[in-house]
Design a protein around this ligand. Sequence first.
Ligand SMILES: NC(=O)C1=CN([C@@H]2O[C@H](COP(=O)(O)OP(=O)(O)OC[C@H]3O[C@@H](n4cnc5c(N)ncnc54)[C@H](O)[C@@H]3O)[C@@H](O)[C@H]2O)C=CC1
Ligand SMILES: C[N+](C)(C)CC(=O)CC(=O)[O-]
Length: 498
Amino acid sequence: MTERLKMAAVGGGVIGGGWIARFLLSGHDVAVFDPHPDARRIIGDVIAGAERAWHRLFDQPLPPRGTLTFHDGLEAAVAGADWVQESVPETLEIKHAVLSAIAGAAPAHALIGSSTSGFKPSDLHAGIAKPARVFVAHPFNPVYLLPLVELVAGPANDDGILEDAERVLARVGMKGLKVRAEIDAHIADRLLEAVWREGLWLVNDGIATTAEIDDAIRYGFGLRWAQMGLFETYRIAGGEAGMTHFIEQFGPALKWPWTKLMDVPELTPELAAEIGRQSDEQSGLHDLRTLERIRDDNLVGFLRVLRENDWGAGQSVAEMSETLRGVVDDAPRADTTPLRLHEVTVPQSWLDYNGHMTEHRYLQVMGDATDAFLAHVGMDAGYRAAGRSVYTVETHIRHLDEVAGDARLAVETLVLGADAKRLRLFHRILDGERVVATGEHMLMHVDTAAGRASPFDAPLSDRIAALAARHSAEPLPDGAGGAIRAIARAPAAAEARG
Ligand SMILES: NC(=O)C1=CN([C@@H]2O[C@H](COP(=O)(O)OP(=O)(O)OC[C@H]3O[C@@H](n4cnc5c(N)ncnc54)[C@H](O)[C@@H]3O)[C@@H](O)[C@H]2O)C=CC1
Ligand SMILES: C[N+](C)(C)CC(=O)CC(=O)[O-]
């Protein structure tokens, strides 16, 4: 049984809303305090966008959402919480008042993270009577998609608090990065501020528009940064001689007066208005929700590729996918007959020239459903590392109906038979109520080192046998055991000539 955590969110704006969505979609309960009169609607919109993005990111059933409650007072929201996330405006006065109230009302074991972008833990602690449980947990927007959280503690914190925080964050798919020492703006905002400062100068000096600066990022180095960051990218840029050569070649330029990093242009009303005008010209054809959707779809695409390549943030997504499977396996629906273990939203890139899901994607959906089944019966990385796996030796697919982009597909799975070494699975792909395909698959258990068939190991064999026995009470599904329909073959060439 996976323990459901009790989360509290104080502040539910851009960042608080993102935390709330991530917690809920991971299956944990969230209690919210935000005095904004529209807080429920604003948070509801963020959750809807986040759920849409998660359906595109994770090709599997999501656990039932946790319970969301709104409270009129901060004390009621944080009562009984395991984790409280503070995301109120970035003003030290407000942070002190709110964090003091949280630390006074939350249980002694609660972890209290502040989303602050720039304040050090000691800045926060200076205005709090009970600072030991309050630390910096700085996320990135959109919080429900980007895994990073910078974790910073100060001298007043309990020992080991960041390690505890890391463990909780891993359960909601986030990567805690412990910052070794307190500094203003942690690590990432130092870097972001440097680029932001330079961007403001380039607009101020009339060198580039907001759109041109964004193009300079998104068509070039921004793409590199998402997957390798700064130093690994430059190591490669040093060629065969590597990083040392890169520094020799480009290091001296750092002393040239290229940048204006120590200064910031006067943010006059005129400059702010000009940046606003350029930004409207660049992005004003899309409303905020459309821009958020475009951003989320692009991020999901990157994350999916990084996951396929087992690289960077994609590893966090893969780990979260396993965590979510665990949560779903605890839910009653995992025991239904037939099993429903796999769901996927059809990306536009899966469509063919007819505008329908192309044929090999049907097999991909079935293959992923088979993997979900194998995980369900206990075939995990440890089992495979011990030299045991399954190979598919035969497949018969019936393509029954068209599937459009963005369709949410679910797969029902029956065990039609099993013996010591073989497993016969039957999948039905459903688009709502419509059966759009069926697939029947024979899988062979193998000893991968010896390269030959071998019996399933216990307890996998017992779980498969139990499911096979339960599923044998079901009528044989339509299409099971079928072969491709015969049509008359053309006469042989010689006969045709005669
Ligand atoms: N917006 C961003 O890109 C990022 C912001 N952050 C940090 O997150 C925190 C929040 O920023 P945003 O979400 O952008 O601000 P926001 O203005 O969107 O949201 C702040 C929310 O706090 C609520 N609030 C105000 N006083 C409150 C109180 N006393 N108790 C409870 N709720 C209260 C407001 O009603 C509002 O909904 C800040 O510390 C900021 O530095 C961190 C990462 C990125
Ligand atoms: C602008 N900002 C300092 C609030 C940005 C962040 O803190 C992180 C982000 O999401 O870019």
